[in-house]
Design a protein. Structure first.
Length: 161
């Protein structure tokens, strides 16, 4: 609804904002115009959001700071949505700043909020890296027969030993 307004206000500072707004608008239209895609999107998103929010909640428990799960949900959802706005490359810092800000709105000291976000991000990155390495190794081994067949079918000499 406000894409032109946002593009005009932020376009000078962030040149890609109009393209981002257009792409997002088109994507949302495609999902909303296809009820099956919308239901599937929601059904697949709910478990992911619960896992993401649980990570924030468990990070708080890990440093001995008990927060309500609802606060973890508010902080997580706000941070994930804020991270989609292309202010920094990859949303770096936007996620952490938003989450720490939400925590501070609910009376959690800023130092504790920043600690929570860094622990959460570290754990999330570690899990992603771990499964990424496993996936890369699996793809490497699984693709060996494909490349062996491609090599046999090739008429060119193999320069790779």
């Amino acid at each position: 609804k406000y894409d032109l307004f946002i593009s005009r206000k932020l376009g000078k500072k962030f040149s890609n904002i109009s393209g981002f707004m257009k792409t997002m608008k088109e994507g949302l239209y495609k999902i909303f115009s296809n009820p099956a895609a919308l239901v599937l999107s929601i059904a697949l998103s709910i478990p992911v959001w619960i896992l993401e929010i649980s990570g924030i909640y468990l990070a708080a428990l890990a440093i001995g700071y008990k927060i309500p799960f609802s606060l973890a949900a508010v902080a997580g959802i706000t941070s994930f949505l804020a991270q989609t706005i292309p202010l920094t490359p990859g949303g770096i810092g936007v996620y952490e700043g938003t989450m720490a800000g939400v925590f501070s709105l609910f009376g959690i000291p800023l130092a504790t909020g920043i600690s929570l976000t860094l622990i959460d991000h570290f754990v999330r990155a570690t899990v992603t890296l771990f499964f990424g390495i496993i996936s890369t190794i699996h793809i490497g081994f699984a693709s060996r027969p494909f490349f062996a067949r491609a090599k046999k079918g090739s008429k060119e000499p193999d320069d790779i030993a």
